[in-house]
Design a protein around this ligand. Structure first.
Ligand code: B12
Length: 376
């Protein structure tokens, strides 16, 4: 089989297996990302994130995945299901919202599609590695080079058909396949700056540049305290943040105008999260990134969500918060103090906590009281 025919065959396999678009590029160093990762790390914009920031030289070089790599088959997987609820719609107090990309295990679906491509190459005697959302390769530059989308100001890769509602992955192979790219995808942002203007924490500090220390998507999955100044903006977002995509005109068009129906996969009862066992939480959020797989980080975010959305009259609210005020885990205790104060339980907090515990969480209490007088 000629390399042209093989290239066409793997593209056909990817599309038949469920990918929404596919392209082939040479396995070169991803110079744009290497430079951006090094610069942003030096400027502190990565915060304490690891991922591709841990070793930018490695994550930008496909030959570190396979020394004989010659080509990369890049693909997108669309998840713009219009029947899902709009991101920011929590339908009731005490409900946490899940970002669109996490409402199903779309990453697993993409991996399965790309495994078919890898099998096709291996059957013909080539080496092939599936790479999806790992620390080994910067997926966006691969997709952009393959002409599958343009770089938006929100730093997402967007396609003209599916907006930014696409996950990205690739197959690195030693097969020499002809490039499918004639020209990069045309820019679709033009002069629009909605993502920059509407980011709740102003985390997009320049077109295409995210300050992860402020990005809600990172804050809700970080292995630390959620900074007090951003807790109101976190709102009811339990996992991920879609705001810079929901306000993006090409991404809105991709969603269409159907009435949202599918609330089950987009929302979680916060009282359930805050009363469930470790194993029940982990079983329900199997595909989420959770530091050290420790469900206390999910509970921490849920306490902030509760503080932002619960009503003090709900008879479940105070007992839930009280339980966490008595927690041995200072991270949970301090987030519970913040939620309690925000919901008007200031006096009860002082009754539950010992004086030394009150001192420990003084800053949280002051900040929450200040916020309550400003915004409730
Ligand atoms: C670390 C990471 C994060 C971090 C940091 C994100 C970031 N922007 O750096 C956090 C946790 C915050 C995050 C959040 C999200 N992530 Co994420 N994340 C990653 C990961 C693991 C590495 C990304 C990376 O290396 N970033 C480093 C910087 C250097 O890359 P960059 O931001 O793309 O920078 C480029 C642009 O700045 C561009 N550029 C340079 N100059 C200029 C100038 C202009 C004018 C423009 C427009 C662009 C531009 O070139 C740079 C280099 O490529 C990838 C998976 C992977 N292995 O690649 C997924 C990935 C990027 N994430 C993804 C998703 C889905 C998300 C979320 C939407 C999830 C959610 N709903 O909460 C949010 C989106 C937030 C956002 N606007 O970026 C998808 C993105 C798909 C897409 N269509 O782009 C990826 C590719 C995973 C995947 N395999 O599908 N993520």
């Amino acid at each position: 089989m000629s390399s042209r025919t093989l290239g066409q065959t793997v593209c056909d396999v990817a599309l038949q297996a469920g990918c929404s678009s596919v392209g082939i590029i040479e396995a070169e160093i991803m110079t744009l990302s290497r430079e951006a990762l090094l610069n942003r790390k030096a400027l502190g914009l990565a915060g304490d994130m690891q991922f591709t920031y841990r070793n930018p030289e490695r994550s930008s070089d496909p030959k570190r995945i396979m020394s004989e790599a010659r080509s990369i088959v890049a693909a997108t997987f669309a998840y713009s299901n219009p029947t899902q609820a709009r991101y920011s719609e929590a339908t009731a107090p005490g409900v946490g919202v899940i970002s669109r990309f996490a409402r199903d295990n779309y990453y697993a679906q993409l991996r399965t599609s790309l495994a078919a491509v890898a099998d096709c190459l291996r059957d013909r005697g080539y080496k092939a590695e599936v790479v999806v959302d790992s620390n080994a390769l910067v997926d966006r530059e691969v997709a952009w080079r393959a002409g599958l989308g343009w770089f938006g100001k929100n730093s997402m890769v967007l396609s003209h058909k599916d907006g930014s509602w696409i996950l990205l992955g690739s197959v690195v192979t030693d097969a020499e396949l002809p490039s499918t790219v004639d020209a990069p995808a045309a820019d679709g942002c033009s002069s629009c700056t909605k993502c920059i203007d509407y980011c709740p924490t102003k985390a997009i500090i320049a077109p295409g540049v995210i300050d992860a220390r402020r990005c809600i998507a990172w804050l809700v999955q970080s292995p630390s305290s959620i900074p007090i100044e951003y807790r109101p903006a976190v709102g009811t977002r339990l996992y991920g943040c879609d705001e810079c995509q929901e306000v993006c005109p090409p991404s809105q068009i991709a969603l269409g105008s159907s009435t949202p129906e599918d609330l089950d996969r987009s929302q979680v009862d916060l009282y359930w999260i805050l009363s469930a066992s470790n194993s029940d939480i982990l079983a329900n959020v199997d595909s989420w990134y959770i530091p050290k797989r420790d469900p206390d980080y999910v509970r921490r975010t849920a306490l902030v969500n509760l503080g932002n959305s619960a009503v003090e009259e709900d008879e479940r609210t105070w007992p839930t918060i009280e339980r966490y005020l008595r927690s041995d885990n200072v991270l949970l205790r301090s987030h519970a103090v913040w939620a309690a104060k925000r919901l008007g339980f200031a006096e009860r907090v002082a009754e539950v906590l010992k004086p030394e515990q009150l001192l420990e969480v003084e800053a949280e209490m002051e900040a929450a009281v200040e916020l309550r007088s400003k915004s409730l």
